[in-house]
Ligand binder design. Structure first.
Ligand code: SAH
Length: 214
């Protein structure tokens, strides 16, 4: 398997072709070995144009969705970033390529441990993985310049808005259980400004300020 060639084709056919223009985002998507974030049995599908299952019935997002969300965050290199929904750790790795420091939270302990070990083995030292309810954020590390929620939520969890720094940007899939739209919030001196972007389908954000556990 020539994974680097597959990655190159993914960037060209799935990202550039659909309008991803931020060159730093494209470089990160070209550099991070997505196949190493995927169960060994599914590895040859790593660069397909789709979300893939992780352990525990969760998913690793489609490459295009990772790129869109990352582009919306407008990372320049020095930001302190909070991600909610570590999953495989792939999005966290992309964020780490483009920012100063990444804190990522995962509700499921087994997934968090696996992702932390994987990120460590790949040499990502500026990513810290915490197990817990990410709808509460990480008050002890707040404020954050950027916050990204990678699970679908009925509304943006209030504690996360409270932990967003001045001029900070938050991106989250907001909507119904099986269909959401990417919302981008910017904290401006005049207050919060929201814009609405790509329709999407994420697994549910389950927690105190998300969906209730079934
Ligand atoms: N960003 C991931 C994909 C996330 S899938 C990647 O790159 O692979 C969504 C993840 O959010 C799942 O792993 C799910 O367990 C987690 N999740 C759901 N509710 C959560 C919560 N309240 N806090 C933290 N993580 C949560």
């Amino acid at each position: 398997m020539d994974f680097s060639r597959q990655r190159e084709e993914m960037v060209r056919n799935q990202l550039v072709a659909r309008g991803i223009g931020d060159l730093r985002v494209l470089k990160a998507m070209r550099d991070v070995p997505r196949h190493l974030f995927i169960e060994e049995s599914l590895r040859e599908t790593a660069y397909y144009d789709m979300a893939l299952p992780t352990a525990d019935g969760q998913t690793i997002s489609q490459p295009y969705m990772v790129a869109v969300m990352t582009e919306l965050l407008e990372l320049r290199g020095a930001e302190k970033v909070l991600e909610i929904g570590t999953g495989s750790g792939y999005q966290a790795a992309i964020l780490a390529e483009l920012s100063g420091q990444v804190f990522t939270m995962e509700r499921l302990g087994t997934l968090a441990e696996k992702a932390a070990a994987r990120l460590r083995s790949l040499g990502y030292e500026r990513i810290s993985v915490t197990t817990g309810d990410g709808t509460l954020g990480l008050p002890e590390e707040a404020p954050f310049d950027r916050i990204i929620v990678t699970a679908g939520t009925p509304e943006v969890p209030e504690p996360l808005i409270g932990q967003l720094a001045p001029d900070g940007i938050l991106v989250a899939p907001v909507g119904e259980r099986f269909s959401q739209i990417l919302v981008k919030l910017i904290r401006t001196p005049q207050g919060l400004r929201s814009t609405y972007h790509t329709p999407c389908v994420f697994v549910p954000l389950v927690g105190a300020f998300g969906w209730k556990e079934e």
